[in-house]
Design a protein around this ligand. Structure first.
Ligand code: NDP
Length: 460
């Protein structure tokens, strides 16, 4: 891209999260003059208060089961295992600092100018930057809004006593009794984490089954497995009020039940982080979900202002923001014709215990879309648990369009489901048929081989 001297930069990115950093680096690699403004932490939610620390804590929580499982294989622990929260928390913080440094070096190495400042858009080509040193204005041919999302908490008496996922990683002391409100990704992941780390854990959900939108059988199976591991699930319930009493939190539920806990996490969804960005001044309107409408070139109603990731419609997932960033750079800096992302076959994992991995359509969605489907499913105790004594079970499921034989959905609940479903997602994305799955030789002995050995439909 040729530098346009009329502006200070060719691209100004607001927000150094997954999407913003990827777009900045890729655009800079084309020779464009790129700047990024960030006033919080490099790497955004994913690196600092999302995917990365969550996965580290999930690993920590899995050790609980591993210690129990080891005995049947002959291992004897010298004394009962104990867990030290500050060690986990502080090691996590060191790792994140290391990643923040990597992000900074990646941006600098790519030739991106980094502003440690709060950015506000003041006209279609100008951004003002504010920090302790004062305020400056810079101009750019294009401005990319990449400020992601922010936790949202409903208001109820005592809602200010709840934590969000922004704070829960850094608690001063370990909550021996932990309560999470919500039934989505963050709720089930943190219920599993604190349960695994040893807290008495309660999950409060207003609906009657967790993880709305996922395959029904996956949801039911996950609930059973989480309950087996000791998470106390309270359905058709909400929090009526929270009061602090002698260091503890008294949580009154809408069912009349009262629970005393040490920490309450509100995992009640996230909203696009648009406050203070200045877009209202430019006449850019948000849709009914508070997201920024964009066209297939990621342009907002003001064409020089672009947006991606959690600010726009679509799944709020890091890999989606990364894919959008690369596509945006292809369109605006490599001048390629937009090729819309295939949002239908985005695989996802939920790191509850056991994990969920899923790609494509749920059984229910496939039934609505196709006149006839075949459902292949199996659930079993993994070989490891013949000796461990654990009662944990695994679920695997393939959904097939009967007319074309194409596998339109694959679902799994079980150990390392995310690792496994990533490979299956290539097959589903490629539109392979059940016959292709059947002709694939299994790997023995694994749980994964079930995905290529299920032969008889469980139902149509
Ligand atoms: P989700 O949208 O997944 O879940 C929000 C939950 O809060 C839902 O169960 C919802 O209930 C409930 N809720 C909403 N409003 C209220 C209310 N007023 N009172 C009580 N409950 C309420 O959001 P999360 O916060 O869990 O996560 C945000 C996003 O982050 C996810 O959607 C996901 O895209 C992403 N994420 C991805 C992860 C991964 O890839 N593994 C991990 C963590 C987050 P209802 O279902 O009835 O609407």
């Amino acid at each position: 891209m040729s530098a346009d001297a009329a502006y200070d930069f060719d691209l100004f990115v607001i927000g150094a999260g997954s999407g913003g950093v990827r777009a900045a680096r890729m655009a800079a690699a084309t020779g464009a003059r790129v700047a990024v403004a960030e006033d919080r932490y490099l790497g955004g939610t994913c690196v600092n208060v999302g995917c990365v620390p969550k996965k580290l804590y999930s690993y920590a929580a899995h050790f609980h089961d591993s210690f129990d499982d080891a005995a049947g294989f002959g291992w004897q622990l010298a004394s009962p295992a104990t867990f030290d929260w500050p060690t986990l928390r502080d090691n996590k913080t060191s790792e994140i600092k290391r990643l923040n440094g990597i992000y900074q070096r990646m941006l600098e190495g790519a030739g991106v100018t980094l502003f440690n400042a709060r950015a506000r858009v003041v006209d279609p080509h100008t951004v003002t930057l504010t920090n302790a040193d004062g305020e400056v204005s810079v101009s750019a041919e294009k401005i990319l809004l990449a400020t992601g999302g922010w936790p949202w908490v409903p208001e109820f008496p005592g809602s200010d006593l709840t934590l969000t996922s922004n704070q829960v990683f850094d608690l001063d002391s370990f909550p021996e009794r932990f309560l999470v409100l919500g039934g989505g990704y963050i709720a089930v992941e943190f219920a599993s984490i604190f349960n695994g780390l040893g807290s008495e854990t309660h999950l409060i959900y207003r609906g009657d089954l967790l993880l709305k939108g996922f395959d029904q059988e996956v949801r039911e199976f996950t609930c059973d497995e989480m309950a087996k591991k000791g998470v106390n699930l309270h359905f058709s319930a909400n929090i009526a009020r929270i009061e602090r009493k002698e260091g503890a939190l008294q949580v009154e539920l809408t069912t009349g039940e009262t629970l005393e806990v040490d920490a309450v996490l509100a995992a009640t969804g996230r909203k696009a982080n648009t406050s203070g960005l200045g877009i209202d001044v430019l006449g850019i309107e948000l849709n009914s979900e508070g997201k920024l409408p964009v066209n297939e070139r990621y342009e907002t109603q003001v064409p020089s202002i672009l947006a991606l990731g959690d600010l726009i419609a679509g799944p709020e997932l890091t890999p989606v923001a990364l894919a959008e960033a690369m596509q945006l750079v292809d369109i605006h800096f490599h001048k390629k014709t937009p090729r819309p992302l295939d949002y239908d076959t985005i695989p996802t994992a939920v790191f509850c215990h056991p994990n969920i991995g899923t790609v494509g359509l749920s059984e229910e969605a496939a039934r609505e879309k196709f006149s006839k489907i075949r459902v292949y499913r199996t659930d079993f105790r993994a070989m490891k648990h013949t000796l461990s004594g654990s009662q944990e079970r695994m679920l695997m499921k393939l959904i097939v369009d009967d007319a074309s034989d194409v596998v339109v959905g694959a679902h799994m609940v079980g150990e390392e489901a995310g690792e496994l479903i990533q490979g299956i997602a290539i097959a589903v994305r490629a539109g392979l048929t059940k016959e292709d799955f059947d002709r694939t030789v299994g790997i023995h002995p694994t749980g994964a081989e079930e995905f290529v050995t299920m032969r008889t439909p469980a139902r149509y």
